[in-house]
Design a protein around this ligand. Structure first.
Ligand SMILES: [Zn+2]
Length: 303
C-alpha cells in the first residue's frame, strides 16, 4: 500500500503525518520550530523526519502546508509572518533531497482540503474555513477550486471591516472583524469585564488566568457577566459569517483554531442568527486536517 506524508509547518512546531488511502493519520511526528529556528533548520528537520518515515512506509508523495503566502506553482513560501521564510523554495528542497514529488500550499488551505476530503466540509464544492485564534485566518474553495489570489495571500478572512470607526488593526485598517472576533479580542473583553465585575463568577474563574476558554467556563457556571459577553460575541460572529455567506455562498463553513475547541458551546452562540442554507460547524479531524490536506496535494482533492 502506498502512503503520503503531510507536513504542517506552524509558528511553534512542525507536524508530520503518514496518511493512508482512507485519510487516516497512521503515524505522527513533530519537532519544535521556536523563535531561533532558521529556514535551513526547519527544512532539514522536515527532510530528516520524512526520511525516517520513508524507511518505514512506502511513501509516494509529500505535501507541505505552511503559514503565509505560498506560491504553489514555484514550490515556495513567498513570505510568512513568524516563520523565517522569504522566497524560500521549501517544496523543491524537500522534494530533491528525498527524490519524491513534493507540493506546497498555504496551511489554512491544506486544513480546508483535509476537511473537504474527510471532515466537516466533505463533498462541498463551495466551502470556507475560518481559523479563530490569536488572529483570524482562513481559506476558500470556490466552485471546487482553491482561491489563492494574485499575491498568493487570499483568504484573509479576518480583515473585512465591520466598524469603520472601530479599533485599529495590525493590518493598517480600522475595525476589522479580527479585532472583535479573534481569541485575542475575546480575551481583552474578558479582562475588562473581570476588572469591572470583581465579585462575578467570571472574576473567580479568571483567578487561574484568562484565556479564550475562561468566559465559556464562567457562562457554564451561570455567570450573567459571561453570558452578556458571549451574547455579544455570538452576534459579532453571526455578522461576520453572514457577510461571508453573502459573498461566497458556501455550503459549509468550518471553524478551526483555539476558540473552535469550544465546539457546540460556540455554535450555540450564533446558530439561530446565521443563514440556514449554510452549515457552520467546527472542524472534525481532531487537529489533523492540515496534515491530511497537505498529504492530498496533487490529488483530485486539491485543485
Ligand atoms: Zn485588519
Amino acid at each position: 500500500m502506498a502512503y503520503r506524508i503531510g507536513v504542517d509547518i506552524g509558528g511553534t512546531s512542525v507536524k508530520l503525518g503518514v496518511v493512508d488511502n482512507e485519510f487516516n493519520v497512521i503515524e505522527k511526528l513533530r519537532f519544535p520550530t521556536g523563535e531561533e529556528a532558521t529556514s535551513e533548520g526547519i527544512i532539514n528537520g522536515i527532510i530528516d523526519n520524512c526520511r525516517m518515515l520513508c524507511e518505514k512506509y512506502d511513501v509516494e508523495a509529500i505535501g507541505i502546508g505552511s503559514a503565509g503566502g505560498v506560491d504553489s506553482k514555484r514550490g515556495m513560501v513567498v513570505s510568512a509572518g513568524n516563520l523565517p521564510f522569504v522566497n524560500e523554495p521549501v517544496a523543491i528542497k524537500v522534494g530533491e533531497a528525498l527524490n519524491l514529488p513534493t507540493l506546497i500550499e498555504n496551511d489554512g488551505t491544506c486544513a480546508l482540503i483535509g476537511e473537504r476530503a474527510a471532515g466537516v466540509c466533505k463533498g462541498a464544492d463551495d466551502t470556507l474555513i475560518i481559523t479563530i485564534g490569536t488572529g483570524i485566518g482562513g481559506a476558500m474553495i470556490v466552485d471546487g477550486k482553491i482561491v489563492r489570489g494574485h499575491l498568493k495571500r487570499a483568504g484573509e478572512l479576518g480583515h473585512f471591516i465591520i466598524d469603520r470607526n472601530g479599533i485599529e488593526c495590525e493590518c493598517g485598517l480600522r475595525g476589522c472583524f479580527e479585532r472583535y472576533a479573534s481569541a485575542t479580542a475575546l480575551i481583552e473583553v474578558t479582562e475588562k469585564a473581570v476588572q469591572d465585575n470583581p465579585n462575578s463568577i467570571l472574576a473567580t474563574v479568571a483567578k487561574d488566568g484568562i484565556n479564550g476558554k475562561t468566559v465559556f467556563d464562567a457562562n457554564e457556571m451561570g455567570c450573567p457577566v459571561a453570558k452578556a459577553i458571549l451574547d455579544e460575541y455570538g452576534q459579532i460572529l453571526a455578522d461576520g459569517l453572514n457577510s461571508l455567506i453573502h459573498i461566497f455562498q458556501p455550503a459549509v463553513i468550518a471553524l478551526a483554531g483555539g476558540i473552535a475547541n469550544q465546539g457546540e458551546s460556540l455554535i450555540k452562540l450564533f446558530e439561530d442568527k446565521v443563514y440556514k442554507h449554510c452549515k457552520v460547524a467546527t472542524t472534525s479531524l481532531n487537529g489533523n486536517g492540515g496534515i491530511i490536506g497537505a498529504a492530498l496535494l496533487g490529488t483530485e482533492y486539491a485543485r
